[in-house]
Design a protein around this ligand. Structure first.
Ligand code: 13P
Length: 262
């Protein structure tokens, strides 16, 4: 199957808990001239930590590169110390939000049910969620890749309409590949992406063909092209390599090359 024209590649930078606001703004300024042409072919999104959103938004003001946050709550306001609502993010010019990252699940106890509530609230507010799913090494070794990943997908998207799912990007991030330097092979990743696509088709019909499924986990300039060349890999969610302008720009260029393939 050839890549659907509807699926413009998406490359998102997850800066995690790195960079002070002025450092984030400096990185965005360094990055912009390196990817200006690519933004005609690829959607690029930067996701700084909350305190850096305003400073990075100022740098991105022409809108060619999108802005995202790394989490959001399901309520609009209230007694939820430490949380941030989707509407608050909209006032900071965010269009995207990463939800259900494995670090949130593993280190901060987030559950599929909570991730689903966050996803629904983000959509209702008009944000585009990047829903992260992925198995641990133990689950992979126990032969539980499919049940884990599809279970997280089903529960994360529970209750969404086909129209809503079009606003979501799914990020497959095998936990054993995050920050470890160990990347899934293109074939390993594609086999899971194809399962995700099939499951989206079962749940949402042909809308599934327009949903971007990103790969995340030790994506680097050296492996990005081969990963993005897979049929169901529509871009990436990049951690460590997104903190270096040259590396992230090279990854965006790799996605552009794939987008230009007939
Ligand atoms: P690395 O690219 O550092 O492995 O991180 C991936 C990730 O967690 C992106 O959300």
């Amino acid at each position: 199957m050839t890549r659907s024209i509807q699926r413009r590649p998406l490359v998102a930078a997850n800066w995690k808990m790195n960079l002070l606001p002025r450092e984030g703004a400096a990185l965005a300024r360094e990055l912009l001239p390196r990817i200006r042409e690519e933004t005609g072919f690829v959607d690029v999104v930067l996701c700084p930590p909350y305190p850096g959103l305003a400073a990075v938004a100022d740098v991105l003001e022409d809108g060619a590169v999108g802005l995202g946050a790394q989490n959001s709550h399901w309520e609009e306001s209230g007694a939820y110390t430490g949380e941030v609502s989707p509407r608050m993010l909209l006032t900071l010019a965010c269009q995207w939000v990463i939800l259900g990252h494995s670090e949130r699940r593993q280190l901060f106890g987030e559950t599929d049910e909570g991730v689903n509530q966050r996803t629904r609230a983000a959509l209702a507010a008009g944000l585009n969620p990047i829903l992260c799913i992925g198995e641990t090494l133990d689950q992979r070794d126990a032969g539980q890749v499919e049940s884990t990943v599809l279970g997280q997908l089903d529960r994360g998207l529970d209750g969404l309409t086909a129209e809503e799912v079009l606003a979501v990007a799914v990020a497959y991030e095998p936990v054993w590949a995050i920050g470890t330097g160990r990347t899934a092979t293109p074939e390993e990743a594609e086999s899971v992406h194809a399962l995700i696509r099939d499951r989206l088709r079962e749940g949402f019909g042909e809308a599934a063909d327009a949903v971007r499924i990103l790969y995340g986990g030790s994506v680097k300039p050296e492996n990005a092209g081969e990963l993005f060349g897979q049929t169901d890999i529509d871009g990436g969610l990049i951690g460590g390599a997104s903190l270096r302008a040259e590396d992230f720009a090279a990854i965006v260029r790799a996605a552009t090359r794939e987008a230009e393939q007939p």
